[in-house]
Design a binder for this molecule. Structure first.
Ligand SMILES: [Zn+2]
Length: 336
């Protein structure tokens, strides 16, 4: 089996800093239907890797330039169920491969220029189905079809050169199981294996959309062939604190936290994410102090947020080391 496990080696070595949001940074650019490939494809952000790769490249570059080590491919909705909304369901491999190759090229360019290794995470968002729900339309899919859907997207991303597959913003634990099953089956069948990371999204009550809490999710993940587990996306930043603490205290696997810049507010018809870079960096810096292995941003986070985070995480540790040295000295003398 051809195993690319450099990402996991890096996680064991130091804290990895992910990039920030793709979607909200695309929306800020006020693109037109022509950019997306015409009226029929208007709003299909994932199709931009075909029609406007320069836009996606610029967003990747802006995050790499402030020191992010991991960038996510622009493929959050590049599965056949979500792409069918734009009649693109037969171009899953092409779109995922193109997005992965684009991110790989930009990441490798920055790595060569700076001497700092950069990693590409293949973004795999939900299909839009909720197999555990009792909504007849949303639950109208069988496990094997979901697994096949994720296996297909994984193939495009791995063939394009990603280091890790990131199943993210997961709302339904049954869909996560199908994703992990489909992806690991693809690894076995193709003989190609990369790292596998899974992020769930919790609401203000600390539960996934279909009611699973973090303790139940962790119990399931511990038994699955998942390398890294974590949380991402929409919640008040403070609401992520307790579940992350739970993971730090109970998980045997590395932990990742990629929150949004808070919950968006509607300001004159525009979504504004309220958490400013300094607060964002200080909360995530605290998570790192607890032992979290990957940090970065989701919706509403900009290169400024990530720049601040890089400064917080990579800051020289001298003052803290001095303090602990002093503490050790004083406690030693107290014992004497
Ligand atoms: Zn998000």
């Amino acid at each position: 089996m051809a195993e690319n496990l450099r990402y996991l080696e890096a996680i064991r070595d130091h804290v990895l800093i992910y990039d920030g949001a793709m979607g909200t940074n695309v929306l800020r650019r006020r693109l037109t239907a022509a950019d997306f490939g015409g009226e029929r494809l208007n709003g299909c952000i994932d199709h931009l890797v075909i029609t406007r790769p320069d836009v996606i490249e610029e967003i990747h570059s802006n995050f790499l330039a402030v020191g992010c080590e991991v960038i996510e491919t622009n493929t959050f909705r590049s599965n056949r169920i979500a792409l069918a909304q734009y009649s693109l369901q037969n171009r899953v491999i092409e779109i995922n491969r193109a997005a992965a190759q684009l991110a790989r090229r930009v990441a490798d360019k920055f790595a060569a220029e700076t001497g700092i290794p950069r990693y590409v995470a293949g973004s795999i968002g939900p299909t839009g189905k909720l197999p555990s729900s009792d909504d007849p339309e949303l639950s109208d899919i069988v496990f094997d079809e979901l697994a096949d859907t994720f296996a297909e997207q994984a193939r495009g991303l791995v063939e394009g050169g990603v280091d890790v597959l990131l199943v993210e913003t997961a709302l339904d634990i049954l869909e996560v199981r199908a994703a992990v099953y489909g992806i690991t089956r693809y690894f076995q069948e193709s003989g190609n294996r990369v790292a596998l990371q899974v992020h769930v999204t919790l609401d203000a009550t600390g539960k996934m959309r279909c009611g699973t809490d973090i303790a139940a999710a962790l119990t399931i993940f511990e038994a699955l062939p998942v390398d890294v587990i974590g949380l991402n996306c929409l919640t008040e930043l403070e609401h992520m604190r307790e579940p992350i603490r739970y993971l730090v205290d109970h998980s045997t696997k590395p932990i990742s936290a990629l929150p949004s810049a808070g919950l968006p507010l509607d300001v004159d018809g525009e979504l504004v994410y309220p958490v400013q870079p300094q607060l964002f960096a200080s909360v995530l810096g605290e998570f790192v102090d607890w032992g979290v292995s990957c940090v970065g941003g989701c919706c509403g986070t900009t290169p400024e947020h990530l720049k601040e985070l890089v400064a917080r995480v990579r800051a020289p540790q001298a003052p803290a080391a001095d303090q602990s040295a002093r503490a050790r000295t004083s406690s030693t003398s107290a014992q004497c």
